[in-house]
Design a binder for this molecule. Structure first.
Ligand code: ASP
Length: 582
C-alpha cells in the first residue's frame, strides 16, 4: 500500500493516527536539529517533520539528502502542529516521520513548481508534465473535468446518447484545411482528420439515433490566430425531428445549467439578435453585450456638411464612450494610433467631447456646429461627460474596425467584467459569403445548412441575401457554440453543392454517401457544436484556453515537449508510398 491518505486529507481529527503518505517533495527546510518537508500530491500539501529528539540519526541524515521533486513514501504519526497554517486544509497537523522510502529521485526542476513560478511559457510547455504539478494548471484540468461531467450528465438526462465517430475519414468542409493521414494499405490515398463530425452526426440521424452528442476532438489546419489550437474539443450535438426553436431551447438550458452549477449565476432568457442587427449595432457577429456603446450610423447627420473626408465614404458610424470626455489630447491620440495600427487598419478617428457643461468640442469643429454635434450625441446616446468617437469608410471594414475599438475600450474601462455573464443567440446568419480570393460564394456555416424557406427563391437571383437557419451562441464576446438546421433531402443538397461551385461529379465523389443516405428516409434534423476549450476557459474566468488543455500546441502548431511535427525516416515514407519534394 503506497498510501493510507492523500496529502490533502489529514486534519486534527486524525491526530495520534499512524499514516502512510506518498508524494513529491515540494520544499525542504533543514535546521539541522529539525527538518521540515512539504509533501505534495494532486490533493494538497502535508508538512512532514523530522526531529533530532524523536528520530534516529540515520533517518535525519537520509531526510537531509532529500531535494525538490523527489518522490517519497513516508510512514509516521499525525501530530498537532505548533504554528498552524489556516490557509491550507492540512494546516492544523504535521506528520512526524518514523520511516520513509525514496521511490524516485529527481533532477532539479527547470522552474519552481509553485503557484507563482519563475518559469516562462516556453520552458513550462517543454516540461509540461512538471507544469501540471502546479496548482494553477492542475486545478484548471480538474475544472475542465467537472464541466465535462456536468455536460455529459445534463445531456444524458435529456435523453442524448454519446456516440463516437471515426477520426480517419474523408474531408468535411468546415472552412479550414484538413490534416491528412496517408494510407499505407491504400497506395496513394489519404484519410482526412475530421474538422468536425458533421456528416457522421447527420448520418446518425438517418440511423435513427435521434439525440446524439459527443465530446470530441476536431482538427483544423488553420493559420493559428491568437489562442487557437489545431486540435480542439467540441461538445458536438445533433437532434432529429426538431426545428431551430427546439435546439435553441435545449442548449440554452444546458448553458443556463452550467452557469448556475459552476458560477452560481442565474441568467434570464437569452436575448436573440439577428446577424444583421449584431453587425449594425456592434460591428460583430459575436457582440459582447455586457456593456453598451452601441453603434450609431451618422450618415444623415455627418455627410454633406462640407467635411469631404466623410462625404465620400460609404458609412459614417460612431459610439459614445461613457465618462471619457475627460480624456486628454494624449489619451485621444493614443486611441487614434491604436486604430491606425495594421491589426486594426483604420484611417483615423474623429472625436467629439460632450462636456459636463453641455457644450461640445470636436476635432472637426470647423465643419460642424454645436447643433450638428448635439445631433451626434443624441444618435449615439452620449450624455454630458462622454466622448463620441466616429469612423468612416467602407461599411463592412469600418464596422469591424469600430468593433475592435469598442472592445478595446471595453477592456480599458473595465466594462468586460469576468464575473458577469451575458449570453445571447445570434440568429438568421446569411447562408452564403462571398470570397474575394476565389471569387465564389462559400457556405458561411457549412454546405449542409438549410436556407430559410421564405428566402429560397432568392438563391437564383440574390444569393447574398439568402438567410440560413443558422445560429450562434455568444457569451461575453465569444462564440461558444454554433449550428444549424440541416438540409435533409437529396435534391436541395445537390442544389446547394451546385451554388457552392461543386460540379455534380465533385459533389458525388465527396458527399455521395450523404446524398445516398438522404434517399433512405432522412428525418428533418439540426444540431449545434460548442467549443469546449473556450467554454471551459470562460467559465473558469480566463481569457486563454491553453492552460485548460493538458498538452497544448504553441502558436506555430508545435508540441515543443515531444517535438512534433517531426520528420519520417526513409523506411516509413516508403511504406506510405510517399516521396518528399524537399
Ligand atoms: N459542425 C459545426 C461546427 O463545427 C457545428 C454544427 O453545425 O453543428 O461548427
Amino acid at each position: 500500500m503506497y498510501r493510507s491518505h492523500t496529502c490533502g486529507e489529514l486534519n486534527a481529527q486524525q491526530i495520534g493516527n499512524k499514516v502512510t503518505l506518498s508524494g513529491w517533495v515540494q520544499k525542504v527546510r533543514n535546521k539541522g536539529f529539525m527538518i521540515w518537508v512539504d509533501l505534495r500530491d494532486r490533493y494538497g500539501l502535508t508538512q512532514l517533520i523530522f526531529d533530532e529528539e524523536r528520530s534516529s540519526k540515520e533517518l535525519m541524515d537520509k531526510a537531509g539528502s532529500l531535494a525538490r521533486e523527489f518522490v517519497i513514501q513516508v510512514e509516521g504519526s499525525v501530530i498537532e502542529r505548533e504554528s498552524k497554517n489556516p490557509n491550507i486544509a492540512t494546516g492544523e497537523i504535521e506528520v512526524l516521520v518514523e520511516d520513509f522510502k525514496i521511490l524516485n529521485s529527481s533532477k532539479t526542476p527547470p522552474f519552481t513548481i509553485e503557484d507563482e513560478t519563475d518559469g516562462g511559457e516556453d520552458l513550462r510547455m517543454k516540461y509540461r508534465y512538471l507544469d501540471i504539478r502546479r496548482n494553477p494548471v492542475k486545478n484548471k484540468l480538474m475544472f475542465r473535468h467537472q464541466v465535462g461531467m456536468k455536460v455529459r450528465n445534463y445531456l444524458s438526462n435529456e435523453g442524448f446518447i454519446e456516440v463516437e465517430t471515426p477520426y480517419l475519414i474523408k474531408s468535411t468542409p468546415e472552412g479550414a484545411r484538413d490534416f491528412v493521414v496517408p494510407s499505407r494499405m491504400n497506395e496513394g490515398q489519404f484519410y482526412a482528420l475530421p474538422q468536425s463530425p458533421q456528416t457522421f452526426k447527420q448520418l446518425l440521424m438517418v440511423g435513427g439515433m435521434d439525440k446524439y452528442f459527443q465530446i470530441v476532438k476536431c482538427f483544423r489546419d488553420e493559420d493559428l490566430r491568437a489562442d487557437r489550437q489545431p486540435e480542439f474539443t467540441q461538445i458536438d450535438c445533433e437532434m432529429a425531428f426538431v426545428e431551430q426553436e427546439d435546439i435553441l431551447n435545449i442548449f440554452e438550458g444546458l448553458t443556463r445549467h452550467l452557469l448556475k452549477e459552476i458560477k452560481d449565476v442565474d441568467v434570464a432568457e437569452f436575448p436573440r439578435m439577428t446577424y444583421d442587427d449584431a453587425m449594425r449595432k456592434y460591428g460583430n457577429d459575436k457582440p459582447d453585450i455586457r456593456f453598451g456603446m452601441e453603434f450609431a450610423e451618422l450618415d444623415d447627420l455627418a455627410k454633406n456638411k462640407g467635411f469631404n473626408v466623410f462625404d465620400q465614404q460609404e458609412l459614417v458610424v460612431g459610439i459614445a464612450v461613457p465618462g471619457a470626455a475627460s480624456y486628454t489630447r494624449k489619451e485621444i491620440d493614443n486611441l487614434i494610433s491604436w486604430v491606425k495600427r495594421p491589426q486594426v487598419g483604420a484611417n483615423g478617428l474623429v472625436w467629439a467631447k460632450y462636456n459636463e457643461d453641455g457644450s461640445l468640442k470636436s476635432s472637426v469643429d470647423k465643419f460642424y456646429s454645436q447643433e450638428d454635434l448635439k445631433a451626434w450625441a443624441e444618435a449615439t446616446g452620449a450624455n454630458p461627460g462622454d466622448l463620441i468617437l466616429v469612423m468612416a469608410g467602407d461599411s463592412a471594414k469600418t464596422r469591424t474596425q469600430l468593433s475592435a475599438l469598442r472592445m478595446h475600450l471595453g477592456n480599458e474601462l473595465g466594462l468586460r467584467k469576468a464575473d458577469e455573464f451575458a449570453p445571447l443567440w445570434v440568429v438568421d446568419f446569411p447562408l452564403l459569403e462571398w470570397d474575394e480570393e476565389t471569387e465564389r460564394f462559400h457556405a458561411m456555416h457549412h454546405p449542409f445548412t438549410s436556407p430559410k424557406k421564405e428566402d429560397f427563391a432568392l438563391l437564383e437571383t440574390e444569393p447574398a441575401k439568402v438567410r440560413a437557419n443558422a445560429y450562434d451562441l455568444v457569451l461575453n464576446g465569444n462564440e461558444i457554440g454554433g449550428g444549424s438546421i440541416r438540409i435533409h433531402d437529396k435534391e436541395t443538397q445537390s442544389q446547394m453543392f451546385k451554388y457552392l461551385g461543386f460540379t455534380p461529379e465533385e459533389a458525388k465523389e465527396q458527399f455521395g454517401f450523404l446524398m445516398d443516405a438522404f434517399q433512405y428516409g432522412a428525418p428533418p434534423h439540426g444540431g449545434i457544436a460548442f467549443g469546449f476549450d473556450r467554454l471551459v476557459a470562460i467559465l473558469g474566468g480566463q481569457e486563454s484556453i491553453r492552460d485548460f488543455i493538458a498538452f497544448p500546441k504553441n502558436n506555430a502548431g508545435r508540441d515543443v515537449m515531444i517535438d512534433a511535427p517531426a520528420k519520417l525516416d526513409e523506411q516509413q515514407l516508403n511504406e506510405l508510398h510517399l516521396k518528399l519534394k524537399l
